[in-house]
Design a protein around this ligand. Structure first.
Ligand code: NAP
Length: 318
């Protein structure tokens, strides 16, 4: 087994797994190599593979994050994310063209399928991995691209504490043990691109309307909010604003943008609130049209009064 990374050292926190791996008697080589640099890759792999059995499988999981809102993204931030992901995947694809591989796995992300606020560069880079997997399959080569959700216990998502961001999008974070079982299942699928994510149907469809048609059966089982127009929405709006910004909202008349909300957290806030108001469709410009908590509560109340009464809901059929 050959592990490539720019630093060439085993990841911190993996000492136990590392010891277990070596105890199996496997020969494991760690090599400092930037997979985004073809010269470096060729030179290092040519050398390390000499005297080893033929390479039969490859997992491409190199990646870095450079999150920024769209207005603050520049070519540098695209370039660093694309280096390991896109250039790395393409270089490995080229390098192994004449090898007979049993597997070539790409670690893509659910951000490629659903988008992710502040991660335009990362979502696009992962979508290209999915494209390379499809290209390889069309050429009769092994390829599976897995659009992972997030793992809570290890890796980049755990370091960036994305659980609340996922919750806002109606998703739950997973763990690495389960992910490894899911990886095994993915290796035998006929599909070149697979998405693995835990969804809460109502919240996910509210935050991501594009998912609604896929979730029809699950959504049919949701309970309507009873007496929705009579609910006191103030604590709900305050709670959502706090979850999106991390700031305590004390003055319900103060514009949220003055209280610490920015354009990215305004989207999170709207999505989170959307998951609470059910069938009422909130505009993506909610905070700009109705700047304060008080104004948003008033908007929700009057909009709900204008909606037709809730129709009976039928149980979902599996
Ligand atoms: N963690 C999650 O929840 C999650 C969710 C969806 C998808 N993914 C994807 O899964 C993969 C692994 O994620 P992770 O959480 O394990 O990330 P991680 O802990 O940050 O590990 C990423 C690894 O990539 C290596 N790397 C980065 N750029 C490289 C390059 N140009 N050449 C060679 N190695 C490079 C890094 O080592 P060096 O810094 O030493 O190079 C590091 O070992 C990533 O592609 C990520 O996008 C992760």
């Amino acid at each position: 087994m050959v592990l490539l990374s720019r630093s060439g050292v085993a990841a911190k926190g993996m000492e136990q797994e590392w010891a277990q791996l070596l105890a199996t008697g496997a020969r494991v080589e760690t090599v400092a190599c930037n997979v985004g640099d073809m010269e470096d890759l060729k030179q290092k792999l040519d050398k390390v593979l000499q005297g080893m059995p033929a390479l039969r499988g490859l997992v491409h999981s190199a990646g870095v994050l450079e999150d920024a809102s769209l207005a603050n993204l520049d070519m540098g931030k695209f370039g660093s994310v694309y280096k390991g992901k896109v250039d790395g995947a393409w270089n490995l694809h080229q390098y192994t063209q004449r090898m007979e591989l049993d597997l070539f796995v790409f670690y893509s992300s659910i951000a490629a399928l659903l988008g992710s606020a502040g991660q335009c560069n990362y979502g696009a880079a992962n979508a290209i991995l999915d494209g390379i997997a499809q290209l390889r399959r069309s050429q009769g080569l092994a390829a599976t691209s897995i659009q992972w959700g997030a793992w809570a216990d290890v890796g980049m998502a755990s370091r960036h504490n994305v659980a609340s961001k996922f919750e806002i999008m109606g998703m739950a974070v997973g763990d690495s043990k389960k992910a490894l079982q899911q990886l095994s299942a993915c290796l035998t699928t006929k599909h070149p691109v697979v998405s693995i994510v835990s969804l809460k149907p109502t919240a996910a469809a509210a935050a991501l309307p594009v998912l609604r048609p896929l979730l029809t059966n699950l959504l049919a089982s949701e309970e309507p909010i009873s007496g929705e127009a009579q609910i006191d929405w103030t604590p709900v709006v305050v709670e959502c604003a706090k979850a999106a910004t991390g700031v305590e909202i004390v003055d319900v008349q103060q514009p949220l943008m003055d209280a610490g909300m920015d354009s990215v957290s305004a989207i999170d806030f709207r999505n989170l609130l959307q998951s609470k108001v059910g069938r009422l469709q909130l505009s993506s410009t909610l905070v700009f049209d109705h700047p304060s908590v008080e104004a948003i509560v008033e908007h929700i109340k009057t909009s709900l009064q204008g909606l037709a009464p809730v129709q009976p809901v039928y149980q979902a059929v599996q």
